[in-house]
Design a protein around this ligand. Structure first.
Ligand code: NAD
Length: 316
């Protein structure tokens, strides 16, 4: 039986996608360079919180197989790339895993295949970086194979908005590429939103996360200010949050965490800087957020001292 979809990178994004494909009745395989991940899945075990061992069992019963051997990609109608796009130890965008995965896909690319990137990256990645690598062996995007970008919006742990029920932004190198990508995702999700091009889809994804990054910084800065002048930030938020339009409440805390929110704006800032553009809001947000761990530790210390406790011995 031919493979309808091959997923490259079986992590928080790739494994739920593969599961959804199996649920939707598509024949699916997965490729990951991590032998432990592959051995676990082949043994019916999940390494992702949202996916239970029973789900992996159901996927396997539907024919899903995982492999470290990229030969499983050969002949797949659609290849979806879901590898990490993190930061280097110096805090710069690290595209190495994406470049490696694209080179692997290029070696197994066949005419007519739809290649879709889901990894988050700066606008221009699909056209300027992915496309030339995929075309290295002679096939042309938009002519011999279809190239698409569709950002993943998965929110691990969210039961209300799942992969299926969250609208999926889809884009292509050409109109026909976008059409093929939309036809593929329409089999998996309730609503597909077609972007004007891959750069618009890439930018939409980063803007969504930059929006949260900036708003988390804003509420944290407001919390620091309120603390300094004796205003109760929690009561401020309780009141502001009653506005039924034009305000979304974010909560102050020790900064910003998770896989994506602290990382994705860095991709945009770095690329914009190369293009001679400074994202002032992101730079300001970063400065506020970087100072939050110290601020929160200082507040905790002050509260302990005020309560007559020795901060060096206290457990918080
Ligand atoms: N985790 C999220 O909530 C989330 C949400 C939206 C978008 N994203 C984006 O999706 C992408 C994937 O993120 P993730 O959280 O699934 O990462 P992850 O680390 O959970 O999983 C990535 C998997 O890719 C594998 N991998 C790395 N290089 C590979 C290669 N060359 N070939 C094959 N497999 C390879 C790794 O072994 C790993 O199992 C990133 O760009 C991320 O920014 C993540």
């Amino acid at each position: 039986m031919c493979t309808e979809v091959a997923v490259v990178g079986l992590g928080y994004v790739g494994l739920p996608l593969a599961r959804r494909a199996c649920e939707a009745g598509l024949t699916a395989v997965g490729h990951d360079i991590d032998a432990e991940v592959v051995a676990g899945l082949e043994g019916g075990r999940s390494h992702i919180g949202d996916i239970h061992d029973g789900d992996v069992g159901a996927m396997r019963a539907a024919g899903f197989r995982a492999s470290t051997d990229p030969a499983v990609l050969a002949g797949a109608h659609t290849v979806v790339i879901c590898v990490p796009t993190g930061l280097t130890p110096a805090g710069e965008p690290d595209l190495e895993p994406l470049l490696a995965a694209v080179r692997t896909v290029a070696r197994h690319l066949e005419p007519g295949t739809l290649v879709c990137v889901e990894s988050t990256s700066h606008p221009g990645t699909t056209e300027e970086i992915v496309r030339p690598l995929l075309e290295a062996h002679g096939l042309r995007a938009g002519e011999d194979f279809h190239l698409a970008y569709s950002p993943e919006r998965i929110d691990p742990g969210n039961r209300r908005y799942t992969l299926r029920t969250t609208p999926k932004v889809v884009s292509g190198s050409t109109e026909l590429c976008a059409k093929h990508a939309a036809a593929f995702y329409e089999r998996l999700v309730d609503e597909v939103v077609v972007a004007a091009g891959t750069r618009e889809a890439e930018m939409a994804k980063i803007l969504e996360n930059a929006y949260r990054y900036v708003n988390i910084a804003l509420v944290n800065e407001a919390a620091v200010y309120c603390d300094r002048v004796g205003i109760d930030i929690w009561d401020v938020l309780r009141c502001a949050d009653t506005k039924p339009f034009g305000f979304s409440a974010f909560r102050p805390g020790p900064g910003v965490g998770g896989h994506c929110i602290p990382v994705d704006p860095r991709y945009l800032m770095a690329r914009a800087a190369e293009q001679g553009f400074t994202f002032h809001t992101l730079g300001a947000a970063r400065a506020v957020l970087d100072a939050m761990p110290d601020h929160v530790a200082g507040r905790a210390r002050d509260l302990l001292v005020a309560a007559g406790k020795d901060p060096a011995r206290a457990r918080v």
